[in-house]
Design a binder for this molecule. Structure first.
Ligand code: AMP
Ligand code: MG
Length: 427
C-alpha cells in the first residue's frame, strides 16, 4: 500500500494548497483499491440490485436457445425464392411457441409459425402473414409470396444472438442494474457472486451542529449533512454506519475515529477541515492516521482532508451542505465505486446552452447548480437555480444537475454551451 507521500511524489506539480480537480482524481485513484474478491458472497437476484459482480456470469445456455420466428407468418426455405415471379407454397402444419413442431417441410412447402416458435433446421426465413396471399380450399392451404419483398434470414432470430452458451454474459465489476438482473434471470440463474457491501461510517463535527430533536439554540444549525450523505451512500448500495454529531472534544473525536476505523472501509466526516477552524478535528485526523489537508481549486468545496486511518480511507469533507454534496459527487462517489469493485465509467457530461451569463474565474473548477430542460428544437438548455451560496441546500433540490465550469474556463455568455453533470440516480 502506497503512503500518501509516495502518491504525492508521483503526482506532477503536487501542491496541497493548490490542487486541481484532475489532480485530486489522480491522487484518489492511487489511494483507494477495490475490496478483495475473496470476501465475495452469493446473493439471490432480488437481493442483488445495486451490488457489484465479483465474478463473470457465464451463460449456461444460449439465448435464444433455438432459431425462432420473429413474426407470425410462414416459415420456408428462401433458396426457393425467384427474383422475378411469385413463390407459391403449400402449408403443411402450424408451429406454436413453446413446443417444437414434429414433421418435415419439403421443397414447395411451408409451415405456419407463431412469434417465438422454433424454426425447423431446414427453414431459414419467415414471411409475415400480411405480406402474402393465403388461399384455403378443401383441406389444402397455399400461400403466394410476391417477388422481391424478402431475403434469406428475414424475420428469423438466431440461436445465441443475445448470448452464446459458455460466454460471459456479464463481467466482474458490473453494477447490477435492473437490466442486468433481468439478463441473469433470462439465463435461469437464481443467484450471483457479488462483492460484499462497502461499509461506510459517517459523522458530522462542529459544536454549532444540532442533531434532530435537540432544542434549537442561537447560532446553531440542524445537521443536514448526515442526511445527504446517508442518502447518497444508500443510493450507491453501501452499508451505512451513522455515528451522529461529534462535538469538538478530543476525547469524543478520538473515540469516534477509532470506532469508525475499526468497523468501516471508509469514513466520511463533514466540517472542521477549513482554515481557521478550532483545530480539534484536523489534529485528531493527523494524530490517528496518514492524512493530507488540501485546498482544492474548486467551488464550492475548497478544503478537504484525505487519507487513511487504520485500514479505512478517510474523506474529511467541508462543512457547508452544498460543498459536502458536490465534493461527494465529484470525488467520494467515484472513489467508493472503485472500492466497491465497480468498473462503471462515469456518466458522460452533457452539453447544454446557457440561458444566463455565468461569471467564472479561470484557474478553478466551479460546480453551479443548474436546471436542464429540452428546448423545442431538441437542444438542451440550462439555467442556474439562482443563489449559488455553498450553504443553499435548496439549490440542490431545485437543480437536476451541476453545471461544470472547468479549470481553465472563463466567463460564459448567454447562448454559450457548457458541460452538465446530471444528478439522475445519484442524489
Ligand atoms: P466548517 O467547514 O466546519 O467551517 O463549516 C462551514 C459551514 O457549514 C458553517 O456555517 C457550519 O455551520 C455549516 N455546517 C457544518 N456542518 C454542518 C452540518 N452537519 N449540517 C449543516 N451545516 C453544517
Ligand atoms: Mg466547523
Amino acid at each position: 500500500m502506497k503512503s500518501l507521500d509516495d502518491i504525492a511524489a508521483a503526482l506532477q506539480g503536487y501542491d496541497p494548497n493548490a490542487l486541481s480537480v484532475n489532480q485530486v482524481h489522480a491522487f484518489l485513484a492511487e489511494l483507494v483499491q477495490p475490496v478483495s474478491a475473496d470476501e465475495s458472497q452469493d446473493a439471490f437476484l432480488f437481493a442483488a440490485l445495486g451490488r457489484v459482480l465479483a465474478q463473470d456470469v457465464v451463460s449456461p445456455i444460449s439465448v435464444p436457445a433455438h432459431n425462432n420466428s420473429a413474426m407470425d407468418g410462414f416459415a420456408f426455405d428462401a433458396a426457393q425464392l425467384h427474383t422475378d415471379q411469385p413463390l407459391m407454397l403449400r402449408v403443411v402444419g402450424t408451429a406454436l411457441a413453446g413446443k417444437a413442431w414434429q414433421g418435415k417441410v419439403n421443397a414447395g412447402e411451408c409451415l405456419k409459425i407463431m412469434t417465438g416458435a422454433i424454426l425447423p433446421d431446414n427453414l431459414d426465413t419467415v414471411v409475415p402473414q400480411e405480406f402474402c396471399q393465403v388461399v384455403a380450399s378443401h383441406d389444402v392451404t397455399t400461400i403466394t409470396i410476391p417477388p422481391n419483398i424478402l431475403k434469406a434470414g428475414d424475420n428469423r432470430r438466431l440461436m445465441g444472438e443475445d448470448l452464446m452458451q459458455g460466454q460471459a454474459a456479464l463481467q466482474a465489476g458490473q453494477h447490477l442494474t435492473p437490466a442486468a438482473l433481468g439478463l441473469v434471470a433470462s439465463l435461469g440463474l437464481p443467484d450471483v457472486r457479488v462483492h460484499r457491501r462497502l461499509r461506510v461510517a459517517y459523522f458530522s463535527t462542529g459544536d454549532e451542529v444540532l442533531s434532530l430533536g435537540e432544542a434549537p439554540r442561537e447560532g446553531a444549525v440542524f445537521d443536514s449533512n448526515r442526511y445527504t450523505v446517508f442518502g447518497m451512500l444508500t443510493r450507491m448500495g453501501c452499508e451505512v454506519m451513522d455515528m451522529g454529531v461529534v462535538r469538538d472534544d478530543p476525547v469524543l473525536l478520538e473515540a469516534a475515529f477509532a470506532k469508525a476505523a475499526l468497523e468501516a472501509d471508509a469514513i466520511i466526516t463533514s466540517g472542521g477541515v477549513s482554515v481557521g477552524e478550532a483545530d480539534f478535528t484536523k489534529a485528531m485526523m493527523k494524530k490517528l492516521g496518514d492524512v493530507a489537508f488540501w485546498k482544492i481549486a474548486m467551488r464550492p468545496g475548497r478544503p478537504m482532508a484525505v487519507g487513511r486511518i487504520g485500514k479505512s480511507v478517510l474523506f474529511g469533507l467541508p462543512g457547508n451542505p452544498v460543498a459536502v454534496m458536490v465534493t461527494f459527487l465529484a470525488f467520494v462517489r467515484p472513489a467508493l465505486l472503485r472500492m466497491m469493485g465497480s468498473t462503471a465509467q462515469p456518466a458522460p457530461l452533457l452539453r447544454a446552452k446557457s440561458l444566463e451569463p455565468l461569471r467564472k474565474k479561470a484557474g478553478r473548477t466551479e460546480y453551479q447548480r443548474g436546471f436542464v430542460s429540452s428546448a423545442a428544437d431538441g437542444t438542451l438548455h440550462v439555467r442556474t437555480t439562482g443563489n449559488q451560496g455553498s450553504g443553499v441546500l435548496s439549490s440542490m433540490v431545485q437543480g437536476n444537475g451541476l453545471i461544470v465550469l472547468h479549470h481553465a474556463q472563463g466567463n460564459v455568455a448567454v447562448g454559450d454551451e457548457v458541460d452538465v453533470m446530471m444528478f439522475e440516480g445519484a442524489i
